[in-house]
Design a protein around this ligand. Structure first.
Ligand SMILES: Nc1nc2c(ncn2[C@@H]2O[C@@H]3COP(=O)(O)O[C@H]4[C@@H](O)[C@H](n5cnc6c(=O)[nH]c(N)nc65)O[C@@H]4COP(=O)(O)O[C@H]3[C@H]2O)c(=O)[nH]1
Length: 903
């Protein structure tokens, strides 16, 4: 493409051209300074090709320049108005062809010619509007002079017209676009307007809806308020009303219907006085008063629809609404109140009567003086009449010792079971007698002044009774001495005192050794008398501060403080033993009780009551073992003995299963002939791997623990079996005696077991002798007699062992279904020298003879004893003199020999 500098063309016009009009027309096409468009560029290229020129332009002339809408072969887009050629073609409105510009006077000075691009050829077809206005040209240019063929000329013209068609099309399009744009704008504006309108309509509708809702809510609220008011009025506990000064009802509540029975129609027709009969004048006066003074109240009987009348309390208040005067108020049914008043009046009357007639003393006290007293009060205080008490000071009736403590203001510290304040005090009757009373009190308003009512009742007897009960709970009924409970209390207090002072205290346990025997043999009444005497004799030996208690049976305990062991042992106990040991004459009997005493001391032997009592008891048992009228201080050794005893017990429990028992047999000798006539079965215990334990050590324990029952059964069975065996071996038939302890005898199954044993061993019952001690029988004589009788029924022989030690009376002895008496070895021991024993033995032998009983003397150890017995008793004897108890085999050998040697 040829480059050229901008060409300066001078502006020139043509007289035939309305230049401003042309320029205006040009502007209408709105094409100047627009971007290249392909449709125009195609035409330009067509023109260049058609004419064979390197340059082709669509050139438009405005006020100052030639602006090229489309160009081929030229790279500038405009040239000044004075530097171009087109103006000639434009103004001539014809195709103009300049074959050599250097030769053409109109152009040879043109910068396009004189300077690069050095145009030499120019052909331009004017672009003329349909109105004939020239706008520019479609021109072709060349650097060399040339000519155009007529076809080229014609083609150029046609192409110019095409350009113009395009211009027109473009202009129309523009106009169309403009119109479309304007229409779009109009549409947009319309839409805007519509939207605005719609929005306003919406807003307005919302406002209207809101206003409507507001109105609806207000209406609902008013309705609700009205309903609420109606409900409120209907819920009033009475007849609400509003009526005007003509007596026309404006408003009333459901009470008129629900309670009084009037319908709304009836209410509308009625006037206030219509509801009343007898009370009409009072009601009318109250209405008039309310209208006049603003308010009034009246009690009147309203007539219900069914004719019934009820007392109502009406109130009325004058109100003004819109300048008019109304009366508004309510009537309340006061029938229950009236009834309550009536009941109160009746109750008051009743209470007055009850108070007057009550046997309980009732006082009303005001300012410390009696303002009312009933008959009960007069009786309590031994007064002639209740009125005599009125006006007197309450303190006058109180015992002087109680005056200070008595709460005259009725604020009592305790409460009775109704919750009323109560207290106990002592009163003085008018005759001077003293009374224990329980007083309850309550505050009271009396004629608008504070007072209190006081109810008093005589508890003198119950106090006495209580004291008695208290005494009984803490004292032994027989001797009147403190019992265990009181002893424990006092001991605790004593120990606490001793602890504070660092002093000593002693617990002394007394037990009468032979009491049981005395009691059983001489009767309970003798025993009781003896206990009372023992108690009082002991008491005489003691200081006031010491305590003597009876724990039950023949057990007494003395608690002594602030004495040493030596003082106790050297002074107190000997004194007591001497006092107790003095003979007692009870009825026609003289009794010599024997006591055993155990002592424990605080703090050495224990620091609490239980331990001290237990240890004194232990010591007492130890004393009992050591002999008559002995005392024994507790020693740690006793504890050890108890442990040993416990150990022994556990071994004894296993002994039977382990087969540690055997039976020895001691012969019984017929004194006249010296022949063995029987044997006593005696139990022996050889614990495995240990020394034999003598019966004296374990029989008592077995008895206490009940083990004696199975052990005794075993002995019986063993003895019976042994007897059968001897019999089977052809040995002489002898009777076998077996010991029976109290526990065995009184066992409920004893008889059944004996029966079974006889059947099982098949022994002749007449050869089995059961030995029961006299003491055993005398423990429960009646039961024992019954059991012995049943044993006799079984065919058994019975003997009373240790006879002479058990205090059995002759009358009992007569009733015992026994065969034999065994004289206790204590009476035999000192024979024949002891005259008493000799006399006893003789007496027993003679007694037995007269009762038809046989006699066996026990414990014969010497020939002299044997001889004495042979002379005076001449029955049976048993003892070491003849033989010690022997194992079964040795005994069999002895039996086989048939007699024992009598030296
Ligand atoms: N000093 C002395 N003693 C003599 C003489 N002759 C016999 N004795 C002993 O005196 C006791 C007599 O038995 P007991 O009075 O029934 O006294 C018996 C009896 O009460 C009881 N006992 C023994 N075996 C049994 C038994 O199987 N059942 C029951 N319930 N008690 C038994 O044990 C007590 C003591 O029995 P043992 O030690 O065997 O003592 C026996 C016997 O060995 C004598 O000349 N001089």
């Amino acid at each position: 493409m040829a480059r050229t500098e901008a060409v300066d063309c001078s502006t020139d016009t043509h007289p035939s051209i309305d230049e401003p009009g042309r320029l205006a027309a040009l502007r209408q096409y709105r094409i100047l300074d627009t971007d290249p468009e392909i449709e125009f560029d195609d035409l330009t290229r067509l023109a260049s090709a058609l004419c064979g020129t390197p340059i082709a332009l669509i050139s438009l002339l405005d006020e100052n320049r030639y602006w090229f809408k489309s160009r081929v072969g030229l790279d500038i887009c405009q040239v000044p108005r004075g530097g171009g050629f087109c103006i000639h073609a434009l103004f001539s409105r014809e195709l103009m062809v300049v074959e050599d510009a250097e030769q053409d006077p109109r152009m040879k000075t043109s910068p396009l010619v004189t300077r690069p691009p050095h145009v030499r050829f120019y052909a331009g077809a004017p672009l003329i509007t349909s109105d004939g206005v020239p706008l520019g040209t479609l021109c072709v240019l060349d650097y060399a002079p040339r000519a155009l063929t007529p076809e080229q000329r014609d083609g150029l013209r046609r192409l110019a017209r095409h350009v113009m068609v395009l211009f027109e099309l473009r202009k129309n399009n523009d106009a169309l676009r403009q119109a479309v744009a304007e229409r779009d704008q109009a549409e947009w504006e319309l839409r805007q307007i519509r939207q605005n309108l719609e929005q306003r309509v919406t807003e307005r509708s919302t406002e209207l809806l809101e206003a409507n809702e507001h109105l609806r809510r207000e209406a609902a609220e008013r309705e609700r308020e009205k309903n609420l008011l109606d409900e409120l009025l209907d819920s009033l506990p009475g007849a609400f009303y509003v009526f005007d000064d003509h007596g026309h009802f404006l408003r009333w509540n459901r009470h008129f219907f629900n309670v009084l029975g009037y319908s709304d129609e009836e209410m509308a027709d009625r006037h206030p006085p219509d509801f009343f009969a007898g009370d009409k004048p009072a009601v009318a006066a109250a209405i008039a008063k309310a209208f006049m003074e603003g308010e009034a109240e009246v009690v009147a009987h309203i007539i219900k629809r069914n004719g019934e009348s009820l007392p109502y309390l009406f109130n009325g208040h004058r109100i003004e609404i819109d300048g008019k005067t109304y009366l508004c108020g309510m009537g309340v049914d006061i029938s229950s109140q009236k009834r309550a008043e009536q009941r109160t009046a009746e109750a008051e009357q009743r209470y007055r009567m009850v108070a007057q007639l009550s046997p309980t003393a009732i006082f009303v006290i005001r300012d410390g003086r009696c303002v009312f007293a009933n008959q009960g009060a007069a009786r309590l205080l031994r007064s002639g009449s209740a009125s005599e008490l009125v006006g007197r000071a309450l303190l006058d009736f109180l015992h002087p010792q109680c005056r200070d403590a008595f709460p005259v203001d009725a604020v009592f510290p305790e409460r009775d079971w109704h919750g009323s304040p109560r207290t106990e005090t002592r009163m003085l009757a008018l005759d001077g007698s003293e009374l224990d009373v329980e007083v309850a009190s309550a505050p009271l308003r009396l004629n608008d002044v504070d007072a209190h009512i006081m109810v008093a009742h005589d508890i003198t007897d119950s106090k006495r009774h209580q004291a008695q009960l208290q005494y009984q709970a803490h004292h032994d009924a027989l001797t009147g001495l403190p019992n265990r409970a009181l002893l424990i209390d006092r001991l605790e207090a004593m120990l606490a005192r001793c602890e504070r002072h660092g002093s000593q205290a002693h617990v002394i346990f007394f037990d009468l050794d032979n009491f049981k025997l005395i009691n059983d043999s001489l009767g309970h009444h003798v025993g009781d008398e003896l206990l009372k005497l023992v108690g009082s004799r002991m008491q005489e030996c003691m200081r006031r501060e010491d305590t003597l208690a009876r724990l039950g049976g023949d057990e007494f305990v003395v608690a002594v403080a602030d004495k040493t062991d030596r003082e106790i042992a050297q002074f107190l106990l000997p004194r007591m033993i001497a006092a107790i040991g003095q003979p007692y004459l009870l009825g026609d009997k003289e009794i010599h009780p024997v006591c055993s005493i155990g002592i424990s001391s605080y703090p050495a032997d224990g620091e609490d009551v239980t331990t001290l009592l237990k240890r004194a008891d232990m010591a007492m048992y130890r004393a009992k073992e050591t002999g008559r009228n002995r005392f024994q201080f507790f020693t740690e050794d006793m504890n050890r003995k108890i442990d040993e005893r416990l150990r022994l017990q556990s071994r004894l429990q296993r002994a039977l299963q382990r087969g540690e028992f055997i039976v020895h047999y001691q012969p019984k000798v017929d004194l006249p002939s010296g022949r063995i006539c029987g044997a006593e079965a005696l139990l022996r215990w050889h614990p495995l791997g240990e020394e034999a334990v003598p019966p004296s050590k374990f029989i008592g324990l077995a008895e206490e623990t009940g083990l004696i029952v199975p052990i005794g059964d075993w002995v019986m069975r063993a003895a019976c079996a042994q007897s059968k065996e001897w019999e089977a071996h052809g040995l002489p038939a002898i009777s076998i005696a077996v010991n029976c302890s109290p526990r065995q005898l009184l066992d409920p199954d004893f008889i059944e077991r004996m029966h079974a044993l006889l059947e099982e061993t098949d022994i002749d019952p007449g050869r089995l002798e059961i030995e029961v001690t006299e003491g055993t029988i005398m423990q429960h004589p009646e039961e024992a007699i019954a059991i012995l009788a049943r044993m006799k029924e079984l065919g058994l022989k019975l003997s009373v062992d240790d006879f002479g030690t058990g205090y059995s009376s002759l009358s009992y002895l007569k009733r015992f279904p026994i065969d034999r008496l065994k004289i206790d070895q204590s009476f035999v021991r000192d024979l024949p020298d002891d005259r008493d024993d000799a006399a006893i033995v003789e007496a027993v032998a003679s007694l037995a003879r007269s009762l038809g009983l046989r006699v066996t003397a026990e414990g014969v150890e010497t020939a002299a004893q044997a001889e004495f017995l042979r002379q005076h008793c001449n029955d049976e004897a048993q003892g070491y003199y003849f033989s010690k108890p022997l194992p079964a085999a040795d005994f069999a050998a002895l039996l086989r020999a048939g007699a024992v040697a009598m030296h």
